[in-house]
Structures are given as C-alpha cells and as structure tokens.
Design a binder for this molecule. Structure first.
Ligand code: TMP
Length: 206
C-alpha cells in the first residue's frame, strides 16, 4: 500500500514543527510508518538551496525565487517523498507548494499561472492527501518567531506577512476538501487535539 502525504502550512511562528512531531508520535502509536521532513529542504541539494533562500541575503527576482523553491521541491519529491510513499511510509512535510502560492504569489507578486506551470514541470500532479493550515494572526506569529533568530522571510514587512496569511486562507477557501484550517492561536495540546481529530476523520483512523 502506498503511503500518504500530509503537509503543514501557515505563517512563521504558527507552531508547525511542534505539531508535526505530535502527529508523528500519534501515527507511530498506531503502527503507521512515518517520516517527517521540511521545505525548502529534506535532501542535501534542497538544503543547500534552503540556505540560499532562508539565510542568504540576496534580493531575488520573485519568479527566480519561486523557481528556486521548485528546484528544491523537485529534488525533495524525486529523492525523498515519492520513494518513501512508494514504500508505504506516511510523509509529514513542514510546508509544500501552498507556501510558494502564499509567499511568492500572494506575498511577492508571482502570477498563479506561472506557479501552476512551474508546479507541473517540477512535480507533475503530486498533491498532498491532506493539508493542515495552522492559522494565526500575523502579530502573534511574529512575536513567537522573534524568540529565535530571524530568517530572511521573517525579516520581511508586516504587509507581506498579511498578504501571505490572506493567501493561505484563500487557498483553503478554494480547496476545502484538501486544506483544513486550524486555529493555531490556542495552547499546544488543544491544537494537537484538533490536528488529530481532522487526521483521524480524514483517513478513517481510530
Ligand atoms: P521555516 O522553515 O522556518 O518556515 O522557513 C522557511 C521559509 O521559507 C518561510 O519563511 C517561508 C519560506 N518559503 C517560501 O517563501 N516559499 C516556499 O515555497 C517555501 C516552502 C517556504
């Protein structure tokens, strides 16, 4: 049986990594083979691109930036995600193409048509089985994220982050079957319980 792909999305400081670890434990408890990964990243080449994008200082042209994200994503999909899923593993991924739509399209002005073309070229029709959007007001997320060292994206303007949040919510509005919105402004246990309810219902787990 092939595995599943579950992606976590949301603005900076939404608590995605904590929730991914909690869900991995819950799935593991049911005997489901699970691997956690992240984008940009997940393979040596994609992590090298991550360094350019996340901690680098270059001021990229937005379409070039989207292309770099898709270059990293293709590496990750071909060398990690597809092989893992083919072996029956469930892959939990911290960010995926919805982040490109939210950050590069809604945030930085790349057209949705260009993103569609890049996506088709890079990963064909691969879609997450389920996407959990951890939604949090921009100022709350940014206050949480400020505790750690700021990435190039975290240093961008409040305006961009407001457009990114609105972009994620628009994606969820357009694809309600795949993308579920979770209020991530609550305590960790409440968010984890909401994540589990949605995952268990979606995949008929108990
Ligand atoms: P994070 O792993 O700490 O969330 O950092 C990754 C950053 O990269 C995050 O601020 C959002 C950004 N990003 C994009 O702009 N486009 C993308 O396609 C992805 C995957 C991430």
């Amino acid at each position: 049986m092939t595995g599943r792909l579950i992606t976590f999305e949301g603005g900076d400081g939404a608590g995605k990594s904590t929730q991914i670890a909690r869900l991995a434990d819950d799935l593991d408890g049911l005997g489901i083979p699970v691997l956690c990964t992240r984008e940009p990243g997940g393979t040596a080449g994609a992590e090298a691109i991550r360094t350019l994008l996340v901690s680098g200082e270059a001021d990229w042209d937005p379409l070039a930036e989207a292309m770099l994200h898709f270059a990293a994503r293709r590496e990750h999909v071909e060398k990690f995600i597809r092989p893992a899923m083919a072996g029956g593993t469930w892959v939990l991924c911290d960010r995926f193409f919805d982040s490109t739509v939210a950050y590069q399209c809604y945030g930085q002005g790349v057209s949705l048509d260009d993103e569609t073309a890049l996506r088709r070229l890079a990963i064909d029709d691969l879609q997450p089985d389920l996407t959990l959007l951890l939604d949090i007001p921009v100022e709350t997320g940014r206050a949480r994220a400020q505790i750690r060292q700021q990435s190039r994206y975290e240093a961008m303007s409040d305006d961009l982050h407001l457009r990114v949040r609105a972009g994620f919510l628009e994606i969820a509005r357009r694809e309600p079957q795949r993308v579920k919105i979770i209020d991530a402004g609550r305590d960790t246990d409440s968010v984890a319980a909401a994540v589990w309810r949605i995952v268990a219902g979606h995949f008929d787990l108990s």
